[in-house]
Design a protein around this ligand. Structure first.
Ligand SMILES: [Mg+2]
Length: 227
């Protein structure tokens, strides 16, 4: 009997620890934006790295953690309705490697032309995650550093790729400020609507800092750095 009681206590402790919630959480405060470009980030080596098993594994791991956090959040907040996922677009949801191949640096005109072509494929792991989350009732907000003038092409690209989303939040055309500031305002506007951002996922640290998300997931990108 004593053994049964002890086992129950252990189970209750374990359950209690879980029910407190956010076991898997990586809050925004855990991240910071480096003040200078990290030395392991460059286009040529980063492209090569993006095609390695290690990179794919890191990507999958981040999305797996996002799903685990969602499951945990739902268990701790049953019936909550205004819940949201925020995802960055470039190198998180859309794969721009075709436009970056055989280059040593990013040319802004080439980049704009590539966006206008609206034919970037999705990164499947993230696309599947967003589809999974939306089915479960999460609103999907895409928060991107792309400027408003790229909205028609971005929408077209997402439609062609079959990405369903509920909001597309972009930079104003005259905004060339740091992403780490602009994206915070955009996430705040989502929470001001009454949504709780459960997961925020991005490839840049500037996607994740500044709050307005319970769990932040970083997918790998060693090709370029956006502060
Ligand atoms: Mg990105």
């Amino acid at each position: 009997m004593r053994n049964v009681y002890a086992k129950c206590c252990i189970l209750m402790c374990c359950f209690g620890q879980f029910s407190i919630g956010q076991t898997f959480a990586k809050p925004s405060a855990d991240f910071s934006v480096p003040t200078t470009k990290p030395t392991d980030i460059n286009l040529v080596d980063g492209l090569r790295y993006s095609r390695t098993g290690e990179c794919r594994q890191q990507f999958k791991e981040a999305v797996k953690n996002a799903k685990l956090f969602c499951a945990e959040y739902e268990r701790d907040h049953p019936g909550e309705r205004k819940i949201a996922i925020v995802s960055d677009i470039d190198e998180t949801l859309l794969d721009n490697r075709e436009a970056l191949t055989n280059k040593t640096d990013i040319d802004l005109n080439d980049w704009r032309n590539w966006i206008d072509e609206a034919r970037a494929p999705t990164l499947k792991v993230t696309a599947h995650f967003l589809k999974w989350a939306r089915k479960k009732g999460y609103a999907i907000f895409l928060v991107t550093g792309r400027h408003e003038h790229g909205r028609p092409a971005t929408v077209l690209n997402l439609v062609k790729d079959g990405v369903a989303y509920d909001g597309l939040l972009m930079r104003e055309n005259d905004d060339y400020g740091p992403a780490e500031i602009g994206k915070v305002k955009l996430r705040k506007s989502i929470e001001d609507m009454g949504f709780k951002i459960v997961v925020n996922i991005g490839d840049q640290f500037s996607d994740l800092v500044g709050g307005y998300a319970l769990d932040c997931e970083k997918v790998p990108n060693r090709m370029y750095f956006i502060p």
